[in-house]
Design a protein around this ligand. Structure first.
Ligand SMILES: Cc1cc2nc3c(=O)[nH]c(=O)nc-3n(C[C@H](O)[C@H](O)[C@H](O)COP(=O)(O)OP(=O)(O)OC[C@H]3O[C@@H](n4cnc5c(N)ncnc54)[C@H](O)[C@@H]3O)c2cc1C
Length: 411
């Protein structure tokens, strides 16, 4: 089977690799370069999020996440350069309320056995005093949490894809899906038409634009998210990833001695691209950095080094949300021969290996031993209008973020 995969972010790279390994003839097209979209801005945290962190995620996401952890570990064992480190992750509460609402449900989730509650002194020890015991009310260690550099992981997958016989064409934007009698026959690119038996659309926030050329409104909306890297501040390489239950769900990790972090925010450019099909990452502006730095300064009560950090490098990305926060993996309704892998809900790096495997198994009709694809099918939104989906996605995310925030978040 001849397959074209559009989009060389983590999702497209994984789909292409799993397809070629299962015997398909695959061409991977990217309009720019591999991992030049949202994957380039990712924090690179990988965890078993489905065990208590996201209310709508279930056994399917947990299976996908475990496969993702194994997949990246094997990639690192093979010698791929993806900055793989198993530091573990610490979920942290600085108030009893956040412990009860955010960390305790994770501690009590039955799906994961090796999470350990930490005493404040243990947090101080495990973080080499980056987090002093005095600011901590409760904490939970997830020892199997890993971190990677997402664009490097995408490139490692693409390298393996090419070694397995896949064709990569960068700087080849796809301008339309081609179809005859309701069946996709290939794509139009700036260099001409390319034929295929099946087209996998994995173009991240730009998938909507492409699918609209064939009359389909993808049920997902992009919300801007932002990652900042500081000047060197001496963070130890062994520092576990930190995930706060407050401070707007602030997350932090070490990156070559620097802090790499981000948090939720509600100001522009968070929702600026809901109605835009063709957002341009390079021109994103707005108050994200100012707001993140305000929240960061507040979080310095728990992590003193945050009072010193400056925003040396800022990257924005456009994770795509669905109204039930579950992914989109499946045939495009009403458009035979088109398949979407998207709806990453800001966990696409963790889920990419599993989403790519499920997509390949579904396309090639091989039985999946990973998990059931049904919760991810696109036709679950058949009754919803695009506007209703956008509104519901915004509300779902706002509710979720609201659950995690302290007064600092909305001051
Ligand atoms: C600040 C931030 C922190 C994050 N942290 C994490 C994290 O810690 N853990 C985690 O699991 N996830 C995280 N994520 C989410 C993760 O980055 C995304 O889920 C993931 O990168 C989405 O990948 P993608 O392949 O769908 O999209 P993209 O990476 O955007 O890839 C789409 C690709 O398609 C190409 N393209 C677009 N249009 C066309 C076209 N017409 N023709 C050809 N090519 C086209 C683009 O050039 C691009 O390379 C984070 C995201 C952000 C922004």
């Amino acid at each position: 089977m001849q397959v074209i995969v559009v989009g060389g972010g983590v999702l497209g790279a994984s789909a292409a690799l799993h397809l070629v390994r299962q015997g398909a003839q695959v061409t991977l097209l990217d309009g720019k370069a591999v991992a030049s979209g949202t994957s380039n801005a990712a924090g690179g945290f990988l965890n078993e999020w489905a065990a208590g962190a996201f209310p709508t995620w279930g056994d399917e996401e947990l299976a996908i996440e475990r496969y993702g952890l194994e997949f990246y570990s094997s990639l690192a064992d093979e010698g791929a350069d993806l900055d793989y480190v198993q530091t573990g992750a610490i979920w942290l509460a600085t108030t009893p309320e956040t412990w009860a609402s955010f960390v305790r449900p994770l501690a009590e989730h039955p799906g994961v056995e090796d999470r350990q509650r930490l005493e404040p002194q243990e947090v101080e020890y495990l973080t080499s005093s980056v987090i002093p015991a005095r600011g901590v009310v409760g904490a939970l260690l997830h020892p199997r949490g890993i971190r990677i550099t997402a664009p490097k992981a995408a490139r490692a997958m693409v390298d393996r894809f090419r070694e397995a016989g896949g064709q990569l064409r960068e700087h080849t934007p796809v301008t339309a899906l081609l179809s005859e009698h309701g069946r996709v026959t290939g794509v139009r690119t700036a260099d001409g038409a390319l034929g295929a038996d099946l087209v996998v659309v994995a173009a991240g926030a730009w998938s909507k634009l492409l699918l609209r050329t064939a009359g389909y409104d993808a049920p997902m909306v992009p919300f801007t998210a932002t990652r900042i890297i500081s000047q060197p501040v001496g963070l130890p390489r062994t520092l576990p990833m930190i995930l706060f239950g407050e401070f707007s769900f602030l997350w932090l990790r070490e990156n070559e001695g620097r802090a790499l972090w981000g948090c939720e925010y509600e100001v522009s450019p968070r929702y600026d691209f809901i109605a835009s099909d063709d957002p341009e990452l390079d021109t994103i502006s707005g108050g994200a950095v100012k707001r993140t730095l305000e929240i960061t300064r507040a979080a310095a009560t728990a992590i003193p080094v945050l009072s010193e950090v400056r925003a040396l490098a800022v990257s924005h990305g456009l994770p795509c949300y669905t109204s039930d926060l579950r992914g989109l993996i499946g045939p495009v309704p009403g458009l035979e021969g088109a398949f979407l892998v998207g709806g990453d809900n800001q966990a696409g790096v963790t889920h990419a290996p599993g989403y790519g495997r499920l997509a390949a198994e579904s396309i090639l009709d091989s039985e999946s031993t990973l998990t059931d694809l049904t919760p991810f099918r696109l036709d679950r939104f058949a009754e919803n209008s695009p506007n209703a989906i956008a509104a519901a996605a915004a509300e779902t995310v706002f509710d979720l973020v609201g659950r995690h925030t302290s007064p600092v978040a909305h001051s």
